[in-house]
Design a binder for this molecule. Structure first.
Ligand SMILES: NC(=O)c1ccc[n+]([C@@H]2O[C@H](COP(=O)([O-])OP(=O)(O)OC[C@H]3O[C@@H](n4cnc5c(N)ncnc54)[C@H](O)[C@@H]3O)[C@@H](O)[C@H]2O)c1
Length: 272
């Protein structure tokens, strides 16, 4: 069902790699709600991914940008404003990658140039995106900027590795930049802390299948899907959430506030 919640709104969506991507589902949902946008991803991901298909389906143009490159981001922001015919109302940052995870190095055996690269891609890039938007004065008043995060920023999940630290940094950037964007430009900045979701980035985490089943059993509402996340993001881009800013918003079926569930208790009772 579509409600025209984003009619007349323009934006940029980072991170759609394939149809499982949270950003892919968000682009489809934003399109259904009447929003127009530019799609962007790293040039290398574009060659592997299927973003052309999404662009065709949603009437979007694609502008490649490595989210760690200020030059790419400045070009992306300027071109997006030009293509869309005005300043922006929404931006989705859905970017994550850890080189240590990819290379199978544990948290106690980090290679620090891998750590630095993963931090730049997954965390500092959010500051770079916002600084590029801020300096170009590219956001409309009452615009909304959202980044995706995970609860490992607050609680330890050993196999989430250095991404936990990256997410903690990302959430802090949302608060800090949210202050300046709010005061100076009346733009809100939030992070959505999403359930484990079967995407390319998600499945890179060791033991992901077991973990997603555990989270499903721990969450009173079950895990939030990528589609659910897309819908929540639409609400944050809409005019119905204008005063929500500098928040980390859990979108996890209740996992984060559950100590234990009946299903988990029963699983352990079986073994006694
Ligand atoms: N999947 C999960 O379980 C889960 C849970 C909570 C939060 N998240 C977060 O959601 C966001 C989206 O991930 P996803 O799960 O949809 O996976 P995904 O693999 O579909 O998306 C990750 C995206 O990051 C892009 N990217 C990597 N390096 C980049 C760079 N240098 N410049 C620009 N883009 C770059 C990739 O090309 C890809 O499109 C990430 O921030 C991820 O950490 C995922």
């Amino acid at each position: 069902m579509a409600y025209n919640l984003l009619k007349g709104k323009r934006g940029i969506i980072f991170g759609a790699l394939d149809p499982n991507s949270i950003a892919w589902k968000t682009a489809e949902r934003v399109h259904e709600e009447g929003g127009t946008f530019v799609l962007t991803n790293a040039p290398v991901a574009m060659r592997m991914g299927q973003i052309d298909e999404l662009a065709k389906k949603t009437g979007a143009q694609i502008i490649p940008a490595d989210a760690t490159s200020i030059e790419d981001l400045e070009n992306l922001v300027a071109k997006s404003v030009e293509i869309l015919g005005g300043k922006l109302d929404f931006v989705l940052h859905a970017i994550g990658m850890s080189v240590n995870v990819r290379k199978g190095r544990s948290y106690t055996d980090e290679k620090y140039d891998f750590t630095a690269k993963g931090w730049d891609v997954s965390a500092l890039s959010f500051h770079k995106v916002m600084q590029s938007l801020y300096k170009a004065d590219a956001m409309n008043e009452w615009g909304s900027i959202v980044a995706l995060t995970y609860m490992a920023a607050q609680r330890t999940f050993p196999d989430y590795n250095d991404m936990a630290d990256n997410k903690a940094y990302l959430e802090s950037v949302a608060r800090s930049f949210g202050y300046f964007f709010g005061k100076e430009k009346k733009v809100r900045v939030n992070t959505i802390s999403q359930s484990p979701t079967p995407t390319t980035a998600g499945q890179g985490v060791k033991g992901f299948d077991a973990f997603i089943s555990y989270a499903e059993k721990m969450s009173p509402l079950g895990n939030a899907s990528a589609q659910d996340c897309a819908e929540y993001t639409v609400t944050l881009f809409s005019d119905f959430t204008k005063e929500v800013t500098m928040q980390n918003l859990f979108h996890d079926g209740g996992f984060s506030n559950t100590g234990v569930s009946q299903e988990i208790i029963e699983k352990f009772s079986e073994k006694e």
